[in-house]
Design a protein around this ligand. Structure first.
Ligand code: NAP
Length: 332
C-alpha cells in the first residue's frame, strides 16, 4: 500500500515537473515548439508550393491578404476569394508586383461564404480555370458581439459547405490539403466571446473528426491553425447586432502578433502537414498549454481573468483590449 502511494506521488510530481518544463521552454516563443524547430530547420522546404493551386478565402484583408503575398512570392498559383471584389483586385495587383506570377496565375473569385448555394458553382469555376485545387485555405471569418446565428452561418457552416465541394475533388485526385484558420479560441473558452468560441470549437470538432474519416486517403491533409490575437481588420469587422455595421474604434493592436509572422507560421504548418498549430504570443500560448495539460488550473485562471474583463466591459472600457491592465485599457 505504502509503495503504491509513493509511486503515485512520484508520478504526479514527475508530470507536474514535465508540465512546468514544457511551459518554461515555451516562454519567449510565439508558437508550439515543434513548429518553431520546423521553422528553424526547414525540414520540408517551401519547394513544395511553387506551381500549386492554393485557394485562399478571406483574401481581401488581414491574415488572408498577407498569406496571398507570401504564397505569391513562393510561386503558388492563387485563387483569391472574399466578398469585396475591388479589395481582391488590389491584393492581386500587389501579388503581381512582388512576385514572378502573371495575371492568369491569380484568379479573383468573389464569394460570400454565407451564400452556400453558390459554393458548388464556385468550385467548378476554379476547376475550369486551373484544372485542380491543391490547397484550400479556409480563412474567411469574423468575430462576434452578441450575435450567434450569423457567426455560425459564416465561420462554421460556410466553411464546411465550401470544404465539402472541394473535398469531393480532392478525393477524386486522392490528394490535397485543407488548412483551416481556427483560433486559440477553438481550443479554450474566453469570456465575452461565446459565439466566436463556439464557432471555432465547431470547426475544430468538424475537422478533427473528418481527418480520421479520410483514412483511405492518407495524402489528403487536414490542418487546423489556431492563432492568438493577430493584427488585422477582425475587430473593425466584428459582427454586432447590426450585421452590416463596422466598428470605428478598434483599439490599440500593437500587442498582437504581426500579420506577416502569423502568415509565415501558417505556411510553415501547411508545408509540414501539421494537424494542429498554435500560433500565438504569450500569455495566450501559455494558457493553451495550461488548457491542454492542466484544465482545472486553466478554468480557475480564466475565472479570475474573466472577472477583470467583465468589470472592464461594464465600466465602459473597450472590450477587445488586454485583459490585464485596466489603466492601459482606459487610456486606449
Ligand atoms: N486576427 C485575429 O486576432 C485572429 C485570431 C485567431 C483567428 N483569426 C481568424 O483568422 C481569419 C481571418 O481573420 P482576420 O483576422 O484576417 O480578419 P479580417 O482582416 O477582418 O479578414 C477577414 C476576411 O474574411 C472575409 N469575410 C468576412 N465575411 C465574409 C463572408 N461572408 N464571405 C466571405 N469572406 C468573408 C473578409 O473579406 P470581405 O469583407 O471582403 O468578405 C476578409 O477578407 C478568421 O477566420 C478569424 O476568425 C483571427
Amino acid at each position: 500500500q505504502g509503495w503504491e502511494g509513493g509511486w503515485f506521488i512520484l508520478l504526479f510530481l514527475c508530470s507536474l515537473f514535465l508540465q512546468a518544463l514544457c511551459m518554461l521552454r515555451s516562454m519567449g516563443i510565439d508558437s508550439q515548439l515543434s513548429q518553431i524547430s520546423l521553422d528553424t530547420m526547414r525540414m520540408h522546404s517551401e519547394n513544395e508550393l511553387p506551381g500549386k493551386v492554393v485557394w485562399v478565402t478571406g483574401a481581401s484583408s488581414g491574415i488572408g491578404e498577407e498569406l496571398a503575398y507570401q504564397l505569391a512570392k513562393i510561386g503558388a498559383l492563387l485563387v483569391l476569394s472574399a466578398r469585396r471584389e475591388n479589395e481582391l483586385e488590389r491584393v492581386k495587383q500587389k501579388c503581381l508586383e512582388i512576385s514572378n506570377l502573371s495575371s492568369k496565375d491569380i484568379f479573383v473569385l468573389p464569394l460570400d461564404l454565407m451564400d452556400r448555394s453558390f459554393h458548388e458553382a464556385a468550385t467548378k469555376t476554379v476547376l475550369q480555370h486551373f484544372g485542380r485545387i491543391d490547397v484550400l485555405v479556409n480563412n474567411g471569418g469574423r468575430s462576434q458581439r452578441s450575435v450567434y446565428q450569423a457567426i455560425m452561418e459564416l465561420n462554421y457552416l460556410g466553411t464546411v459547405s465550401l470544404t465539402k465541394y472541394v473535398l469531393n475533388h480532392m478525393i477524386q485526385r486522392e490528394k490535397g490539403k485543407i488548412v483551416t484558420m481556427s483560433s486559440v479560441m477553438g481550443i479554450m473558452g474566453a469570456p465575452l466571446a461565446t459565439g466566436y468560441c463556439a464557432s471555432k470549437h465547431a470547426l475544430q470538432g468538424f475537422f478533427n473528426s473528418l481527418r480520421p474519416e479520410l483514412y483511405e486517403y492518407p495524402e489528403i491533409i487536414i490542418s487546423n491553425i489556431c492563432p492568438g490575437p493577430v493584427q488585422s481588420k477582425i475587430i473593425h469587422n466584428v459582427f454586432t447586432e447590426d450585421l452590416s455595421k463596422v466598428l470605428d474604434n478598434t483599439g490599440d493592436q500593437s500587442h498582437k502578433m504581426p500579420t506577416d509572422r502569423c502568415a509565415r507560421l501558417t505556411l510553415v504548418s501547411m508545408v509540414n502537414d501539421l494537424k494542429e498549430a498554435w500560433v500565438s504570443d504569450h500569455p495566450y500560448l501559455a494558457v493553451c498549454y495550461l488548457w491542454q495539460y492542466a484544465p482545472t488550473w486553466a478554468w480557475w485562471l480564466l475565472n479570475k481573468m474573466g472577472k477583470i474583463r467583465i468589470k472592464n466591459f461594464k465600466s465602459g472600457v473597450f472590450l477587445l483590449v488586454t485583459y490585464f491592465n485596466l489603466s492601459e485599457a482606459k487610456a486606449s
